[in-house]
Design a protein around this ligand. Structure first.
Ligand code: GRF
Length: 211
């Protein structure tokens, strides 16, 4: 059964573009049912429209709280038949309102090897710190900021000559590849998350492909 995806964006939407391309050429067994952006000027909206995917702009400024904003997003996602939610360059912290509506079914892509460099501009954090290896992480979203159970990571060498832009460009290519790969595993039912255990992090297992 194809995954029914909702993709949340705030910007250029190149990760959304990677998902749409993989769906279009049959590399990902999924349907993007809705793209939601909290910003009307997000470049990703054009990518969705070009792929005939319904879009909704839901501005966080129109709601009195993060919870109220999430409520509006959940309503839109539910009406579109979304089963799994992908945060792809989405710059808002989601609340238990969204996480509860899509229990263990909200996935995020972060441009660093978590737990290193959570939060905004992880690429600049890595360059500033002087790390020699960074990368990207696909993880389940929990109420924290970039703290949810890790599904997969991909490493990228950081060159002393790198600046934020050159590292971000190299990271993006890896993000696109990793995100589509993980969503493929989810579509195959291979991604299992441990049940909650008191005081312990939940870990993720990716089962071997059948056959
Ligand atoms: C990506 O590095 C993503 O990980 C980060 O924002 C950058 C742009 O993402 N959150 P996209 O092009 O909007 O998908």
């Amino acid at each position: 059964m194809p995954l029914d995806l909702g993709v949340l964006i705030s910007g250029s939407g190149t990760n959304l573009g990677a998902i749409l391309a993989a769906v279009a050429d049959g590399r990902l067994d999924a349907r993007v049912r809705l793209v939601v952006s909290n910003r009307a000027d997000a470049g990703g909206l054009e990518k969705a429209r070009a792929a005939n995917v319904p879009v909704r702009v839901i501005s966080h400024r129109d709601y009195p709280s993060r919870e109220a904003f999430d409520g509006a997003v959940v309503t839109a996602l539910r009406e579109a038949g979304v089963e799994w939610v992908v945060l792809a360059g989405f710059m808002r912290v989601v609340t238990p309102v969204l996480l509860g509506a899509f229990q263990d079914r909200v996935i995020n892509i972060h441009p660093a090897l978590l737990p290193a460099f959570p939060g905004v501009d992880a690429q600049a954090q890595a360059v500033e710190y002087g790390v020699r290896v960074s990368g990207c992480t696909v993880h389940f979203v929990d109420p924290g900021v970039d703290t949810g159970p890790i599904i997969a990571q991909s490493a990228v060498e950081v060159d002393p000559e790198d600046d934020r832009e050159s590292l971000a460009r190299r990271l993006l290519a890896k993000e696109h590849e990793l995100l589509v790969r993980v969503l493929g595993w989810v579509a195959e039912g291979r991604v299992e998350i441990e049940p909650p255990r008191e005081g312990a992090r939940r870990r993720v297992r990716v089962k071997r492909a059948p056959g």
